[in-house]
Write a protein that binds this ligand. Structure first.
Ligand code: COA
Ligand code: MG
Length: 289
């Protein structure tokens, strides 16, 4: 299973039990949609939500550019096996597993998914418990194996706050360190990492500030709960005009015949090395994807 680089700036949760939200999903400008069977669906609505999701996928209402992910209930829960079977029939790009705490949980999910006909469907993992954070290395090193197919980590900030009993003040200073651990483990094993949700969806300024902080912390994007958050997230996790102009200048400078074969040059009075040229090409590729 080869990992395809994807743009994951804006990743919108859509409760599978909400027909209006389901119908709207494909028309939205988010990079990815997580169809949720877990936290956004009440226990008594699980069966109905699963059936609605399958009908939605059968009807094939899909924006070609959107990545589609299904969040299932824990494999060990009363709904886990049925969710996994339904996900295999839907054939989304990936299945998102909640509260992942061990490599074995990924192995079990892989077995279930493959057994239900979902071979080739990628895995995403929520990191949202103390144990999940403490054992990130085991989870990610195992998940990154080709036969497991883990693609992306999702920070579950609401559950982290719940499990640790810590508040989530503006700036999230209480959990910043753990968010950084999620990002660095994803980077170490070539995966993506997306940030947690911002609950106060009418607070535009607060949301924009948290997007900026997430981008600076190295996240590839942010999970979202409301369509109004898509535009600001896409902007915050895209390279800005200044960064693009600088990247173009660096690539152009290295392409000049006078700089052929050089490892270090000067651009606008700053030292620029070949590693900066590589970073610049990555920035330009990100902007055009
Ligand atoms: N995905 C798709 N469409 C959504 C949406 C979502 N997550 N959230 C809202 N919408 C739609 C609404 O259906 C409504 O559509 P309409 O214009 O056709 O009537 C429109 O966007 C405006 O919605 P609004 O009235 O502002 O919000 P709401 O009160 O209907 O819903 C929430 C607010 C928080 C309940 C809703 O946004 C939601 O369920 N979000 C996802 C929650 C979730 O998945 N949580 C689990 C992961 S943390
Ligand atoms: Mg959760």
């Amino acid at each position: 299973m080869t990992r395809q680089p994807r743009c994951r700036r804006s990743v919108l949760y859509v409760p599978a039990a909400n027909p209006k939200a389901l119908a709207k999903a494909a028309s939205l400008a988010c990079d990815a949609v997580i169809f949720d069977l877990e936290d956004a669906v009440a226990p008594e609505a699980k069966d109905e939500a699963r059936a609605a999701l399958e009908a939605h996928f059968r009807q094939g209402d899909q924006a070609a550019r959107q990545e589609r992910i299904i969040r299932v209930n824990a494999v060990s829960s009363a709904w886990g096996a049925q969710d996994m079977a339904a996900a295999a029939r839907c054939r989304p790009d990936a299945v998102l597993l909640p509260k992942v705490e061990t490599g074995e949980a990924l192995a079990e999910a892989r077995r279930q998914l493959d057994g239900a006909g979902g071979a080739g469907v990628r895995l995403w993992a929520m990191i949202e418990t103390p144990r999940g954070i403490v054992d990130l290395r085991e989870i990610v090193s195992f998940g990154a194996r080709d036969d497991v197919g883990l693609d992306c980590l999702v920070a579950g900030t609401n559950d982290i706050a719940k499990e640790t009993g810590l508040p989530l003040p503006a700036g999230r200073g209480t959990i910043e360190h753990w968010l950084a651990l999620i990002v660095i483990h994803a980077r170490a094993f070539g995966l993506d990492a997306v940030d947690g949700v911002y609950n106060d969806f009418r607070d535009e300024a607060g949301f924009a500030a948290e997007c900026r902080a997430g981008a600076l912390a190295g996240f590839d994007g942010k999970t979202l709960i409301h369509p109004g958050q898509i535009g600001p997230a896409n902007a915050a996790f895209s390279p800005g005009e200044a960064a693009l102009a600088e990247a173009r200048a660096i690539v152009a400078a290295f392409a000049e015949p006078a700089n052929a074969g050089k490892g270090v040059i000067s651009v606008d009075g700053r030292m620029v090395e070949l590693l900066h040229a590589e970073m610049a090409r990555r920035t330009l590729a990100k902007a055009s994807s």
